[in-house]
Design a protein around this ligand. Structure first.
Ligand code: PMP
Length: 412
């Protein structure tokens, strides 16, 4: 059924899409009329906080989470202290981190074979930690799919601690596509295959994941910008890592989900803080963790569970993204999303205006006046980027779509 709707070799149907993701690709490629057509900008609900924040990260958080944190900020659950002021070894924080971990395990159905670690240093630190932990020496080969700026950065860092190769690169296509999986030139001797599941800058998202062909069968994913946006079969991954500051919390904490048998073999030069064993042996409390950030992640996990879990969250995300891509594709080329339809991100939607950079600036400035902020594309690529993570309300996307139509009508 999807075969008729998709035209590219790396189409979703090759990669077993989740139903919600497939629907977005299909709607967009069929150029269905935008579902938000007819909504006038002013008629769309006013955001509760005065603006809709389309930032790529740190990004918008659920209002209910911020309110709960505000309520508990000064006196955490009757303790007379803020959670920021407490020992990370005290009973309150111990309960908070254990609950956060348990809720994340439930949300993502993380099997017992995998450890959940709360780390520091951002996802960027994982670019070094992964090869340090998975390679016996810097001469061990590893494979990278380079699908955008973030996987390129991960690859370059990995070269310091491993013999990293590019198994596929999207650079010539300006990072607007992903390969059919059999086009990834995997080295059977590689210690792992690394992907970035969602390229935050370029808006390219894996809808399914390649099978690692290396002997150890290890797939590693940087999921920073689509972590907890949909269900994922964690058992397929050796390591999943993600900075929290897009979908699940503030900056300051990075979550790593690591297969237990991969822990404990780090290269001898590995700094203690980059060795997964350090953190696994100490339940993420080897040193002082980012307590407040972990606490906020815990509140977000509770909120995601209360929404019905990640299958429900994915449906909402697919609906929001579908509206936006339909608006772009239905604009007669006024707005252009360069990303191949089958791999368009549900989280980060980059687009340009055919009329050029000055109009993009005007678009971004006028949108900000209307209460839609942080829409500027990444400094490396320009254009417009709407990041529509879990916490972006549907009304925010509807308002953006209505504004896009207004803007086009006013500036033909
Ligand atoms: N990977 C991806 C996909 C990202 O989007 C980012 C941050 N935007 C990073 C890695 C780097 O994360 P951090 O800033 O937490 O080091």
């Amino acid at each position: 059924m999807f075969a008729a709707a998709t035209t590219t070799p790396n189409s979703l149907l090759l990669h077993r899409p989740s139903p919600a993701a497939a629907k977005v690709a299909m709607d967009s490629s069929l150029r269905l009329p935008a579902r938000a057509a007819g909504i006038s900008c002013a008629a769309v609900a006013t955001p509760e906080r005065g603006v809709y924040n389309f930032a790529a990260g740190p990004a918008t958080l659920p209002l209910s989470v911020l309110q709960k944190a505000q309520e508990e900020l000064v006196d955490y659950r009757g303790s007379g202290m803020s959670i920021m002021e407490m020992s990370h070894r005290g009973k309150e924080f111990d309960a908070a981190i254990k609950k956060a971990e348990a809720d994340l395990r439930t949300l993502l159905a993380v099997p017992d074979t995998h450890e959940i670690l709360f780390l520091q240093g951002g996802a960027t630190t994982q670019f070094s930690a992964v090869p340090l932990n998975l390679c016996a020496s810097p001469s061990d080969p590893v494979d990278f799919v380079v699908s955008g700026s973030w996987s390129d950065k991960a690859f370059k860092e990995a070269k310091k601690f491993s013999a990293a190769s590019v198994a596929w690169s999207g650079k010539d296509g300006k990072y607007t596509s992903l390969p059919p999986f059999d086009a990834i030139k995997q080295n059977p001797e590689a210690k792992f295959l690394h992907i970035c599941s969602n390229e935050t800058i370029h808006g390219v998202e894996f809808k399914d994941y390649p099978e690692p062909k290396n002997k150890s069968g290890i797939l590693v994913a940087d999921m920073s910008s689509n972590f907890c946006s949909k269900p994922v079969d964690v058992s397929r991954f050796g390591i999943i890592y993600a900075g929290a500051q897009k979908n699940v919390g503030p900056s300051g904490v990075t979550i790593a989900i690591v297969r237990k048998d991969l822990i404990g073999n780090a290269q001898p030069i590995t700094p203690v803080m980059l060795d997964y064993k350090t953190h696994a042996d100490n339940a993420s409390l080897y040193n002082t963790p980012p307590c407040f950030a972990i606490y906020i992640c815990g509140l977000v996990f509770e909120d995601l569970l209360a929404q019905g879990g990640l299958a429900e969250v994915e449906k909402k995300n697919a609906h929001k993204a579908g509206i936006l891509y339909d608006a772009i594709d239905g604009s007669d080329g006024y707005y252009i999303c360069p990303v191949e339809k089958s791999v368009r991100s549900l989280m980060n939607v980059p687009f340009t205006l055919a009329k050029g950079g000055d109009f993009e600036k005007q678009f971004i400035a006028e949108a900000a006046k209307e209460g839609m902020v942080q829409l500027k594309g990444h400094r490396s690529v320009g254009g417009v980027r709407a990041s529509i993570y879990n916490a972006m309300p549907l009304a925010g996307v509807e308002k953006l779509v209505a504004f896009m139509k207004d803007f086009q009508a006013r500036n033909p």
